[in-house]
Write a protein that binds this ligand. Sequence first.
Ligand code: ADP
Length: 355
Amino acid sequence: MGAISLRQVEKTYGHGPKAVKVIHGVNAEIPDGEFIVIVGPSGCGKSTLLRMVAGLEEITGGEIDIGGRVVNKLEPAERDIAMVFQNYALYPHMSVYDNMAYGLKIQKVPKAEIEVRVQKAAKILELGALLDRTPRQLSGGQRQRVAMGRAIVRQPQVFLFDEPLSNLDAKLRAQTRLEIQKLHRELGVTSLFVTHDQVEAMTLGQRLIVMNGGRIEQIGTPEAVYGQPATTFVASFIGSPPMNLLTGSADGSRFTVGGQVLPLPSAAPRGGALTLGVRPEHASLHADGAWPLQVEMLEMLGAERLVYGRLGDAAFTLRIDGTLVPPRPGDTVRLHVPREHMHWYDGSTGRRVEG
Ligand code: ADP
């Protein structure tokens, strides 16, 4: 029903010599009922893509299909979608009830049906006691729930979320994340959620679309995107602290980084210019470790500790158990990295090379 298909979707702003292409032929198939998150840094084209699906931006190339209908030329109201915005976009002078009911009134849905839908949404979102209030009398989190309620009552084929949690404080954001997950479990509506926050993306998405510069870098489950990043961009964007990326040159089972030779447990996938990626939690302190790390700084985070240092002239971060006796700045410690946790990338394209 609510599957979304993006086929060679392009967007160019402006015309003639002032034209700027910001989306470069994006392809994605989103099955009915999936919760998918578009994630990437500011300016990568996430909102533009979402707004094109919503019908708020013209599509300048390719096709967008929702529920088996090409929607390129359809008005937002004809697309059977509902959008939740960052700034809530509530009517300030209307009650919570009327805010949720308004869209249905415009669609001439019978009053009794509106009552049923609003009460149902209010129950799901625990807004029952707030229906007579105006948005001014609500907290940020409650306002965002009303904005979601307004989307739910429309019973659309697709929910579109444009950074809906950005205006909430950290605690409320975590709580609302769980509410959105619960909502999706209950309603099962196809959802496209835009965020620049990788934690939000990892925790909410059944799959992630990682974007960079108007292009898709990788589409995959959180496990796949974290476990096998397709490019150095994804490797450094998903995960905090980011994956260590060592630029160097491989020759058999030796990898040279800025004059420092790092022995490998087995031969690199090929010789020449490569980037070797290692997540901070996948290197460990080990007396017989093959790599010498000069420790520069430490950060205690409670359950874990971050150790910042250098392998030759390359920066390297290590995540260790907070209960371990830590090394001290100035120490040189030995690192062990298992073969299965080494990620290889082409030195010039940044694309993954299978080892
Ligand atoms: P994101 O949501 O990932 O931050 P956007 O989709 O808002 O990115 O923007 C993508 C690119 O398109 C940016 O480089 C931005 O400057 C440009 N852009 C957005 N809206 C317009 C516009 N109306 N006219 C020209 N360029 C725009």
